[in-house]
Design a protein around this ligand. Structure first.
Ligand code: WQD
Length: 344
């Protein structure tokens, strides 16, 4: 093993996939999660994928810095990856204080625990929402950052906290990863996206149309300045995203130079492109209706991806059809059904 890595929010959608990728890369991942947006059954499914009899998992609130220090103080940790945060843009507008508390206080709590334990490598889950609404598409990492929601504010605040701490104290190395739109599932179908209630995001919503749970997809607007009038986004396979975390961590360990990079495919797909792609995976045309635009949506959100290859040697491997096929495989496995029944 090349060392233990603390995954805050490691039982969640991206965290669980990153656990698998880190284990495959020879690391020994340790999960910290409060299970407010994850189910305990995911631990058994990760064990099956990783062929492990046990997984070290601590049910801890990320704002409990002393508890995090006690875990890190066991020794052997080379880094942390910080996923634990609330991430629904719409909900953040309704509950700004909850988002600032968990997303910002939680980050500070983790950093203080890491400093006490002298663990100074951190990969931070950031988001393309720190770019707000941009004129220049695709968006370079040098673009001016802003925020259009409390959620985006917390991610920008997080990036600026890391910049300040990193500039002041050379012991720290930070890998800030600006995700575009994660989608898909692990090839085994044992883990995947499993939103607790009605999905906000496009892919899980389309999946529920494919299962018949929802009658049709509401397409939020078809008058955008895009090839077919519907919103264009950069959908990246969650296992590609997990791989980016491994490459970011390895780069930090090698050169101790902090980086902030876009993690996407560089290719944009519209809502109708996604619906057609998912229909190919399912083998049928999926119904939709045009609905009013959703507040806060932009025409196109797409980032430059060259820096990720230059700095951490990352390139995506999976295309849109593979993303949709992996999602549909997850929906159709017993694991998904078991997860639905898990009310832990
Ligand atoms: C994608 C497209 C919608 C649902 C958000 C967050 C971002 C990140 C990913 C955390 C848009 C359209 C959607 C539906 C639709 N989360 N849509 N009908 O808004 O690009 O990004 O999730 O990091 O921070 O902002 O993703 O999946 O919600 O929407 O037409 O039922 O699908 O209008 O064009 P988004 P999304």
């Amino acid at each position: 093993m090349v060392g233990k890595v603390l995954l805050t929010g490691g039982a969640g959608y991206i965290g669980s996939h990153t656990f698998v990728a880190l284990q495959d890369a020879g690391y020994d991942p340790v999960i910290l999660d409060d299970f407010s947006n994850a189910k305990k059954s995911v631990l058994d499914r990760i064990k099956l994928i990783c062929q492990r009899s046990e997984i070290e998992c601590h049910q801890v609130d990320v704002r409990d810095s002393d508890a995090i220090f006690e875990i890190l103080n066991q020794g052997g940790f080379v880094a942390a990856v910080h996923f634990a945060a609330k991430k629904a843009v719409g909900e953040s507008v309704e509950k700004p204080l909850d988002y600032i508390d968990i997303n910002c206080t939680g980050l500070l709590s983790l950093l203080k625990a890491m400093e006490r334990a002298e663990v100074f490598n951190l990969v931070f889950s950031s988001s393309a929402t720190v770019y707000g609404d941009q004129e220049i598409i695709p968006i370079p990492e040098t673009a001016t950052r802003s925020y259009a929601s409390p959620y985006a504010f917390t991610k920008l605040m997080g990036e600026q906290i890391l910049e300040q701490v990193g500039d002041a104290d050379p012991r720290w190395s930070f890998g800030t990863l600006r995700y575009f739109n994660p989608a898909g599932a692990h090839a085994s179908g044992m883990i995947g996206e499993d939103p607790a209630d009605i999905p906000n995001n496009l892919m899980p919503y389309i999946a529920k149309v494919a299962t018949g749970e929802f009658e049709h997809l509401s397409v939020f607007g078809d008058t955008y300045n895009t090839h077919d009038g519907t919103g264009v986004r950069d959908y990246i396979h969650v296992m590609d995203l997990a791989d980016a975390h491994v490459k970011s961590l390895k780069t930090l360990q090698k050169n101790s130079i902090s980086h902030a990079i876009n993690i996407g495919t560089g290719t944009g797909y519209s809502v109708l492109d996604m619906l057609a792609a998912y229909g190919r995976a399912v083998g049928k045309t999926l119904p939709h209706k045009i609905a009013p635009r959703r507040d806060g949506d932009v025409d196109t959100l797409l980032g430059e991806v060259e820096k990720a290859e230059e700095v951490i040697g990352f390139k995506t491997r999976y295309d849109l059809d593979e993303i949709c096929a992996s999602s549909w495989h997850w929906i159709n496995t017993g694991a998904f059904q078991a997860a639905k029944e898990d009310n832990s």
